[in-house]
Design a protein around this ligand. Structure first.
Ligand code: FAD
Length: 306
């Protein structure tokens, strides 16, 4: 049992002890974190990170929790969310500056309003800019990293660093940010474009999403990355798992790579489906499904990711 009295004297932002992470994930799943903190500004953030570092307390960063499965056992450590302090966005001609806690949907809509192209295919991807950068979120041919100009992060010593595209690696649902780097903000160079073309791309993305995804249910989007030759959903469907349930968790009948929480699913229910899908796809297709969603608080995380 950790004591956060000292931290409370240092930090001006909100600290919630034993905060249920189910309140902060799209799955609605996740046990208590030792402390859930929303810093009030950069100085506050720096104080919290240094406190965690100096006291060897693990720190986890989360955005809106739309790509996370958090253990029912909760999180041993601090959870930091950019919160209201890091939601600012600003345009200067074709340049966009946005802070990590700004919702991607807002950024996309504001760019479209200004006839700026680059991010419109990401319409409908839930989450914050911070989460989108770490995941290199992408949809319908576009990826968040495509128009990136720079990113500012804070490390565990409270130091701010700038990264430029050449410093970073991005691939399909992959970025090279380190786990202990808190993303503060990013800049993008977008492109002026005919609004009809931008709207056309946005509409294609919107329609595709509404047609293919079970958007009425709690999920974390695609559970697995698509292997090279086949879509993960196709493989899971082919091994006969569509509609399979464990407890209140279900492999969506609509899209087999979406695992949904029908109400009271636990993290072990979802994990059970993950293991089952991995095992069956490996056995029948000799393909290792790799997780796209991020797991926090599980001891067996390593084996599951490969
Ligand atoms: C219905 C649905 C549809 C989806 N469709 C798509 C899609 O089309 N394409 C796609 O790519 N994804 C999709 N997703 C997945 C998800 O929305 C994206 O990955 C999103 O970018 C995650 O953002 P988030 O803020 O929710 O991040 P979280 O889920 O909170 O976190 C994701 C990762 O980012 C890290 N992180 C978050 N914020 C920070 C920060 N400030 N600093 C450092 N690290 C941070 C976390 O530690 C974690 O590793 C979908 C999800 C749902 C539920």
């Amino acid at each position: 049992m950790r004591n956060f009295d000292t931290l409370r004297t240092l930090v001006r932002g909100d600290i919630k002890e034993k905060e249920m992470m189910s309140k902060h994930t799209y799955y609605g799943i996740g046990g208590p974190a030792d402390a859930y903190i929303t810093p009030i500004d950069k100085e506050d953030l720096s104080m919290i990170l240094r406190f965690a570092y100096n006291n060897s307390i693990p720190a986890y960063f989360i955005g809106s929790g739309s790509n996370l499965l958090i253990s029912d056992d909760g999180i041993n450590g601090l959870v930091l969310n950019p919160g209201k302090a890091f939601r600012h966005i600003k345009f200067n001609d074709s340049n966009l500056y946005a802070e990590s806690g700004a919702m991607l949907g807002r950024i996309v809509r504001e760019s479209i309003k200004r006839n700026l192209s680059g991010l419109e295919s990401l319409i409908g991807v839930p989450g914050t800019l911070g989460g989108a950068l770490v995941m290199n979120a992408g949809a319908f041919g576009g990826e968040i990293s495509n128009y990136l100009k720079s990113v500012k992060i804070m490390n565990m010593k409270g130091e701010i660093k700038s990264y430029y595209p050449n410093d970073l690696n991005f691939a399909y649902r992959f970025s090279s940010f380190k786990e202990n780097e808190f993303i503060i903000s990013a800049e993008f160079t977008l492109k002026k474009e005919d609004p009809r073309i931008i709207h056309e791309r946005k509409d294609i993305a919107n329609l595709g999403r509404k047609t293919n995804q079970p958007l009425k249910f709690r999920s974390a989007g695609s559970v697995f990355k698509n292997p090279k030759k086949f879509a993960a959903g196709y493989l899971i469907d082919k091994v006969g798992l569509k509609g399979t349930k464990i407890g209140d968790a279900e492999i969506s009948k609509h899209h087999a790579n979406f695992f949904i929480n029908n109400g009271r699913a636990s993290s072990s229910d979802i994990l059970g489906l993950i293991k089952l899908a991995k095992k069956k796809v490996k056995k029948e297709f000799n393909i290792n499904l790799e997780l796209e969603i991020k797991l926090i608080g599980f001891k067996e995380k390593i084996e599951l990711c490969n």
